[in-house]
Design a protein around this ligand. Structure first.
Ligand code: ASP
Length: 594
């Protein structure tokens, strides 16, 4: 039985076919216009807006009450659906052909004046106010649409994987450290003084143990916790589609995820996907784009000029090459007419990423214009032009330095110019797989090897002997999914043999005691018939951000922390009582007391 105030219809669905019907609506006052007689209210619920008219010829007392309404009052309205008079239709509104003539009004709760306007979509509102009053921010239709998009995407993932025999399994949040290269969040134990749980940086080891358990196909919409320094688009907790499979090769996982992503985007959004996803080796990605997460919506490839310029008279290039560095170029289409000022600006830009300078050569109809042309021979200029494919009207931008600097600077410049030149179509999703990463990275500061993915990643079978002779050359059986310049997923085939896992832990500098303490459970499990297995974990926040056309993941998370990792609504983190500390056997020692 419906209560007398309960809705018969949602606001956003009313159409001419409802004309003549009496409807009851529940929602919020989005806008109110009191014309000193007629009162118009735009009533909003999550499905949209409808115009409600309070007309003195129907009920003067009701009009009086309606004129006391304010924005964001939560109300029920009963009335008759009528066609708007000719000329009063609103084509921008789905319900714009009709309006509801009110006969009854029930106020569930009034509202204080909101701290920012909810009825102006394009209003720039300070993010800290939005986050402090997130429950109001989420009332805005554009924010509801993001929540809804996220729901559809996650549901698509669940349905897709369920149809392929995957089980969704929850894994614990209170667990022991499972490293992904960040600091752990720790939870002190009340029952065991001085002992702590760690929140999972990912369910990595648990999903591997599920493979040992014979589950074969697992997934989870998993929350991960990583205590890292604040960065513009980082959250201390985030969500992954965590997935693991037994008896598979790298290709099986790549194909599955590719099919999932294409289906998901084509079903849930109106974005266009380039297919199939190209596969690049890590080396190829660095060579062609200077980064392992290139934006492939546009070409703008980097060109290596090192071999052309070994003998050059131009000292800046020559000395960089002699010091073991390289010279690479980016050909910027139709930028030959860039002014001194524009070029200076690009130079400053690359300097921010470590370059000493930016050399430019403009190929114009009147010949070459370049501050470095006088140091280069005709032959060198010609070779540069051929290598970069520069046409008349193009500007070639060159950086000479150590490979790391050259790639970093030119990939940043490529990214920037791709956007500035309008080459990055916002409706296009250009995915790529990047494979064959090095297994290990040398950490100069710490003087040791770090896993480039995580310590459970298997080396390529044929590279295993190199672990003893040249660990830096070992390629990993791992893969990243990148899209439009973002890394969206990482995964790998895992080690499933105790001896090999042991060896990798040792290479990473763990002592026997540490290995036993931290990973003894996993190594032990590998002694009971562990199947070969592998998986991946696509991040959901960033994916939804891209699909929603947003610039920040905070917009697609219902209750995010701000960039300083603070929850402004709850005011977390916050102090706790002496009593709580005592129970946890903790004492606070502030830095200035130590
Ligand atoms: N656990 C990994 C991560 O969080 C993903 C994976 O290897 O499946 O990046």
């Amino acid at each position: 039985m419906k209560a007398t105030w309960q809705r018969t219809h949602e606001c956003g669905i009313l159409r001419p076919e409802h004309i003549g019907q009496t409807v009851r609506l529940n929602g919020w006052v989005h806008r109110i216009r009191d014309l000193g007689g007629l009162v118009f209210v735009d009533l909003r619920d999550r499905t949209g807006l409808v115009q409600v008219v309070f007309d003195p010829s129907i009920d003067t007392a009701l009009v009086e009450r309606a004129s006391d309404l304010r924005v964001e009052y939560c109300v029920a309205i009963e009335g008759e659906v009528r066609r708007r008079r000719p000329g009063a239709e609103n084509p921008k509104l789905a319900t714009g052909e009709i309006e509801v003539f009110a006969r009854a009004l029930h106020i569930f709760s009034p509202s204080k004046t909101p701290p920012f306007q909810l009825n102006e979509e394009n209003l720039e509102v300070d993010e800290s106010i939005r986050l402090r009053y997130r429950y109001l921010d989420l009332r805005r239709p554009a924010m509801y649409q993001r929540l809804e998009l996220r729901h559809r995407i996650v549901k698509y993932m669940r349905d897709f994987l369920s149809a392929r025999g995957f089980l969704e399994i929850e894994t614990p949040i209170l667990i022991k450290s499972t490293p992904e290269g960040a600091r752990d969040y720790l939870v002190p134990s009340r029952l065991y003084p001085g002992k702590f749980y760690a929140l999972p940086q990912s369910p990595q080891q648990l999903k591997q143990l599920l493979m040992v358990a014979g589950v074969e196909r697992y997934f989870q919409i998993a929350r991960c916790f990583r205590d890292e320094d604040p960065r513009a688009d980082r959250q201390p907790e985030f969500t992954q589609l965590d997935l693991e499979m037994s008896f598979v090769t790298q290709d099986d996982i790549l194909n599955l995820i590719e099919e999932l992503y294409i289906g998901m985007i084509e079903t849930c959004t109106d974005k266009r996907v380039l297919k199939p996803f190209p596969r690049l080796t890590y080396d190829e990605a660095i060579a062609r784009y200077g980064t392992d997460k290139p934006d492939l919506r546009f070409r703008l490839e980097l060109h290596d000029l090192t071999d052309l310029l070994r003998q050059t008279e131009f000292q800046a290039f020559r000395s960089a090459i002699e010091a073991g560095g390289m010279v690479k170029a980016l050909c910027l289409p139709n930028c030959a007419d860039y002014s001194r000022k524009q070029i200076d600006e690009l130079t400053e830009f690359v300097k921010r990423f470590g370059a000493k300078g930016l050399a430019t050569i403009a190929f114009t109809a009147d010949g070459v214009r370049s501050p470095i042309a006088k140091f280069l021979s005709e032959g060198e200029l010609q070779a540069i032009r051929e290598r970069t494919g520069a046409q008349v009207g193009d500007l070639v931008a060159i950086v000479a330095d150590a490979p790391k600097v050259v790639n970093e600077c030119l990939s940043r410049l490529r990214h920037r110019m791709g956007h500035e030149l309008g080459l990055a179509d916002p409706n296009l999703m250009a995915f790529a797989w990047v494979v064959d990463f090095p297994l290990l990275e040398w950490d100069e500061d710490e003087g040791r090897w770090n896993p480039s993915h995580h310590p459970f990643t298997a080396p390529r079978e044929e590279d295993i002997p190199l672990l003893d002779t040249d660990p830096g050359k070992v390629r990993a059986n791992c893969y990243d999914l990148v899209c439009n310049g973002h890394e969206l997923a990482s995964g790998s085939i895992r080690i499933h043999r105790r001896d090999l896992q042991d060896k990798i832990f040792h290479l990473l500098g763990y002592s026997d005691a540490e290995i036993q303490e931290r990973f003894g459970h996993l190594l032990e499990a590998f002694e009971y018939g562990a199947p070969p297995h592998g998986g991946i974990a696509p991040g959901i926040d960033r994916l939804v951000m891209l699909l929603a056309g947003d610039e920040t993941i905070r917009n697609v998370i219902a209750f995010p922390k701000n960039t300083a990792m603070v929850d402004l609504m709850f005011g977390a983190p916050s102090p706790v009582s002496e009593e709580q500390l005592r129970e946890l056997h903790l004492r606070i020692v502030c830095d200035d007391e130590t």
